[in-house]
Write a protein that binds this ligand. Structure first.
Ligand SMILES: Cc1ncc(COP(=O)(O)O)c(C=O)c1O
Ligand SMILES: [Zn+2]
Length: 412
């Protein structure tokens, strides 16, 4: 009996983000069979009884009441979360905006926000005694899943697109997962991995996954704490599959339900104009996106022509009066340089889309006075894409040892 009770506690409560709890034929699918929107693993502590435990060291422990975890195993953590919320004073002043901040997700263990979702999924998988995990990714999620798989001693399978850059392969490969390059439609791989994984006993934790979404809520809780238990006025984040943005919004929704915030932040989702199905649908006032014919952008990490949670993002943004927009490769690279030069923050171009978008909104008068704090979520580190640095201006001065003083004096 005790065993059955434990098993029950280990069972997840997974709800559709739109329909709520539903009896469904396939509880292991990340999507609701009624409406097609993503499902999220819900907290075990009931609404109204959740509190933040600020004195605990790990982000997972501080916010455990809001997570689908009955306990946290600190051994499986790599110290993810509680990333700094740094002010961007110079960048803000240049735009006439006094309160712009960056949530620097590059400071996660594998240098991107993905660790927040991975750690929750791995905690859950390990607690259920499952020994095999996998993911479909060419970049940040591959590295994150491989690292946490290694940490937990799990056998990890990373499915990659053919032609993945050698650096991405190495960054994930250092943790010794099975790396499998798959020839075929990469979009189809998302569903195929779940089907095959179920047969072979491999739990695939892809970009839209009930536990990943739950993990991404942590960012919202941290921003709330770091602002002195207040919500920001605006949150700007890059969007690809949609999992991250939805997780952020669910986090603020939890705080709202708990009565901890009254105003809901305005959400701005940003895409690259070379692959912007959601921004285009939003502009057209459409409730469903269309797959672009051609994808052309340097922002590979956010270039998903068929985002699995795309229509859910469109609905949530519409309901919460947010915005979706696209920025060009040039605009994101310029914003990346600006963050590095003016603020000392070096993020991926995909993450710099947030500043590029803020500049567009500020220039077109779309940011009202009294908007409150504006938070740019810088999702990943610039060190992940060294190839793109070649375009950045670089001035090198050559001097001899004897001529050092003169050389430096010339630069004063
Ligand atoms: C750096 C970076 N930013 C943003 C995203 C978008 O996240 P999502 O696919 O959850 O929308 C990704 C996804 O891989 C990413 O790597
Ligand atoms: Zn549903």
């Amino acid at each position: 009996m005790a065993g059955a009770g434990l098993e029950k506690r280990r069972m997840d409560k997974i709800e559709c983000i739109r329909c709520g709890p539903l009896e469904e034929p396939d509880p292991s699918s990340p999507f609701c069979t009624a409406c097609g929107e993503p499902r999220v693993a819900v907290p075990l502590v009931r609404p109204g009884a959740r509190s933040i435990r600020e004195d605990r060291p790990l982000a997972l422990e501080k916010f455990v009441d809001f997570l689908p975890l009955e306990a946290v195993d600190p051994e499986l953590s790599l110290g993810e979360g509680m990333t700094p919320l740094v002010s961007l004073r110079r960048v803000g002043a240049a735009l006439g905006l006094p309160a712009v901040r960056a949530k620097n997700e590059a400071q996660n263990p594998t240098a991107s926000f993905k660790d927040r979702g991975t750690v929750v999924a791995v905690q859950k998988t390990a607690a259920r005694g499952i020994r095999r995990i996998g993911t479909v990714s060419t970049g940040n999620m591959a590295a994150s899943t491989a690292a946490y798989g290694a940490r937990a001693g799990l056998e990890t399978f990373v499915l990659l697109k053919e032609g993945t850059t050698p650096l991405s392969l190495r960054v994930a490969g250092i943790h010794r997962p099975h790396l499998i390059a798959v020839d075929g439609d990469y979009g189809e791989l998302f569903r195929a991995s779940l089907e095959v994984g179920k047969k072979l006993g491999i739990v695939f934790m892809n970009s839209v996954d009930p536990h990943r979404l739950a993990g991404y809520k942590l960012t919202a809780f941290e921003i709330f704490l770091q602002l002195g238990r207040r919500p920001p006025g605006m949150v700007v984040a890059p969007v690809s599959s949609g999992g991250h943005l939805i997780g952020l919004m669910l986090g603020f929704q939890d705080l709202e339900r708990e009565g901890m915030i009254r105003a809901f932040p305005r959400f701005v989702g940003v895409q690259a104009s070379g692959c912007a199905p959601l921004a285009e649908a939003f502009r057209a006032g459409s409730q469903r996106y269309e797959r672009p014919m051609v994808v052309r952008t340097i922002a590979h990490a956010i270039a998903n022509p068929a985002p699995p949670a795309g229509n859910a993002v469109l609905r949530l943004i519409r309901e919460r009066e947010g915005l979706l927009l696209a920025v060009s490769d040039g605009e994101m690279l310029e914003a990346q340089r600006e963050l590095a030069e003016a603020e000392g923050v070096f993020c991926q171009p995909e993450s710099a889309t947030t500043l590029a978008a803020l500049k567009i909104l500020a220039a077109s008068g779309q940011i009202e006075d009294g908007n409150g704090e504006i938070v740019l979520v810088l999702t990943g580190s610039g060190l992940k894409t060294p190839g793109l640095l070649e375009a950045a201006p670089l001035e090198l001065h050559n001097v001899s040892l004897e001529g050092l003083e003169e050389g430096l004096a010339r630069l004063l």
